[in-house]
Design a protein around this ligand. Structure first.
Ligand code: NAD
Ligand code: UDP
Length: 366
């Protein structure tokens, strides 16, 4: 085959893919994976919880396009596939503005389903294990309808995601839209926001900074933690390897189940930190147990998670260590514009003015 023929073949195979929430933790890994496979990626984000730093390495790829947009507003694009991830995902972020959270799930779904209906694209919804609420069936199978409080503090997220699933299935049944639904269980890894309040990022940042590790409640509640590369593999298989008649929902998670005490001890051991563990009140409606049954994913996607918790935690700790060092001293400065983007997540900022930065660096160095 001539080089021209190879190039032509690649052009034909290259899809145009929209990733909403593409600058977030999971979205940034997904954009990278899709670009590596030779696709053209449209990363749409309003940067509510996403971070430009997550996607800066992708900007040099001519097949990557960044769109600042809020998915609660209509958006028009000609596209082959859509991964719908736009929604704040950690409890402190989604409870910050619960009305915007539920709009992101519901109006966001209506808007992406509208694009899919018009263009014939397949659309995948990033749903969540939260649709099972505080589950009374353990481990959770897709056929379980859940135990969700409709009026509690977590409801804006849980019920928003449940309604999004309903919208996806109704657009499929009524309008023939090609849909896929995955239910993601707790996922962790590099590019997590260090201040998103989730347990893995909290414990690692606390351990690295020598602060107390904050366990909520007794610490005997359980979660199953999935490393991000395993999730991305499952998402892409769901999109690429299943027929139009297979909508899911499919659980994607790691069935290894740990108490929060076990997680805290593991992180203390892996970081070598001397931090202490302290106990704090349990937030309302905090599920007592969670663990996916992944038989369906095994059968339909030939998928299972490959990364053990300890290995994934090592990678994540290394990422937060780099970030911590970066934040303290040697961040890249780009004086191309008047706004300087610095990785200062440990202080909860993503953008600051040159004047602010100069002042901050002077304080660090003095
Ligand atoms: P994240 O907060 O890092 O990413 C969400 C992204 O969506 C951010 O970049 C944010 O700025 C963007 N966003 C939010 N509202 C938007 C809007 N209205 N318009 C455009 N962009 C918007 O969270 P994540 O962990 O990467 O989660 C991604 C998706 O996966 C979410 O839909 C979440 O519900 C789902 N999920 C994640 C987990 C997990 O453990 N991380 C578990 C279950 C489900
Ligand atoms: N949690 C904790 N300490 C923290 C943050 C969270 O003990 O600093 C607990 C939280 O109460 C929950 C579990 O860890 O029981 C997982 O919390 P996370 O917010 O990561 O995810 P979710 O509750 O959405 O599964």
């Amino acid at each position: 085959m001539t080089i021209f023929a190879v190039y032509k073949k690649l052009e034909i195979m290259r899809k145009r893919i929209l990733v909403t929430g593409g600058a977030g933790f999971i979205g940034s890994h997904l954009c990278e994976r899709l670009l590596n496979e030779g696709h053209e990626v449209f990363c749409l984000d309003n940067f509510f919880t996403g971070n430009k730093d997550n996607i800066i390495p992708l900007l040099k790829n001519p097949y990557f396009e960044l769109v600042r947009h809020d998915i609660t507003m209509p958006y028009f694009v000609e596209i082959d596939e859509i991964y719908n991830l736009a929604c704040p995902a950690s409890p402190i972020h989604y409870q910050y503005d619960p009305i915007q959270t539920i709009k992101a799930s519901i109006l966001g779904s209506i808007n992406v389903l509208g694009i899919a209906k018009r263009t014939g694209a397949t659309v995948l919804q990033a749903s969540t294990s939260e649709v099972y609420g505080d589950p009374q069936v353990h481990p959770q199978v897709e056929g379980y309808w859940g135990n969700v409080n409709p009026i509690g503090l977590r409801s804006c997220y849980d019920e928003g995601k449940r309604c999004a699933e309903t919208l996806f299935m109704d657009y499929h049944r009524r309008e023939g839209v090609k849909v896929k639904i995955i239910r993601i269980f707790n996922t962790y890894g590099p590019n997590m926001h260090p201040q998103d309040g989730r347990v893995v990022s909290n414990f690692i940042v606390q351990a690295l900074q020598g602060k107390d590790l904050t366990i909520y409640g007794t610490g005997r509640q359980t979660r199953s933690f999935q490393y991000v590369t395993d999730l991305i593999e499952g998402m892409v298989r769901m999109m690429e390897r299943t027929g139009d008649d297979f909508t899911g929902p499919v659980n994607l998670g790691n069935p290894g189940e740990f108490t929060m005490i076990e997680l805290a001890e593991k992180i203390l051991q892996l970081t070598g930190s001397k931090s202490k563990i302290v106990f704090m009140p349990l937030p309302s409606d905090d599920p007592t147990q969670r663990k996916p049954d992944i038989s369906l994913a095994k059968e339909k996607l030939d998928w299972k998670p490959l990364v053990a918790l300890e290995d994934g935690l090592r990678e994540t700790i290394a990422y937060f260590r780099r970030m911590d060092r970066f934040n303290r001293m040697d961040f890249d400065m780009n004086f191309g514009t008047t706004v300087l983007h610095v990785r200062s997540c440990f202080e909860g900022k993503t953008e600051e003015t040159v004047a602010d930065t100069v002042k901050r660096v002077a304080n660090i160095q003095s």
